[in-house]
Design a protein around this ligand. Structure first.
Ligand code: PNS
Length: 163
């Protein structure tokens, strides 16, 4: 039976830290479904189509990675996709408390689904989508923070050029 994992998130936009986790998870599982959350409390800068398209762009070399979107409870989406594992990246201790709470709640809701944490590569431990947007907006370099193939698109959007 093939092992399917879901890697959920907002990906607003995808960063090199996300891509590192996706690539490593793709080496462990038969299939990795990157699930982009539709309706979170957050108001995303990039719309769903843009986030999905950027993820497809940067994972095009990974044949066992699928990009999809979901709404509602993550565990219900995992069941729909026949995934038994949720992958989460952990950057720092500050991530831990919230992730711990979510993992326990997801386990309470669906004990047949395991949450597995992957430690981020140390060179991305300070990286987040929010930082990328702020640095880009304030004119800093996004080199090494996001994949080169989405650089122009992200830069234009955070600077209001791509709207
Ligand atoms: O990239 P993010 O915004 O930190 O990702 C958060 C995400 C999508 C993993 C989380 O908000 C989520 O799982 N949302 C789905 C709704 C849900 O299942 N809530 C209960 C989790 S305890």
């Amino acid at each position: 039976m093939s092992k399917i994992a879901v890697y959920p998130g907002s990906f607003d936009p995808v960063t090199n830290g996300h891509l590192d986790i996706i690539t490593r998870a793709a080496g462990v599982f038969d299939q990795v479904i990157v699930g982009v959350l539709q309706n979170s409390g957050k108001q995303p800068l990039f719309n769903m189509d843009e986030r999905v398209q950027m993820l497809k762009n940067v994972t095009s070399n990974l044949p066992n990675v699928i990009i999809d979107c979901f709404d509602g409870l993550l565990v219900n989406y995992c069941d729909k996709q026949k995934a038994t594992v949720i992958i989460k990246g952990l950057r720092a201790v500050s991530d831990f408390e919230y992730e711990f709470q979510m993992a326990l709640m997801n386990y309470k809701l669906s004990p047949h689904i395991e949450t597995l944490f992957m430690m981020t590569n140390s060179k991305y431990s300070y990286l987040s989508s929010s930082m990328v947007k702020e640095i880009g907006r304030l004119g800093g370099s996004l080199d090494d923070l996001i994949p080169p193939s989405i650089m122009t698109q992200v830069f234009n959007k955070v600077n209001d050029l791509g709207r």
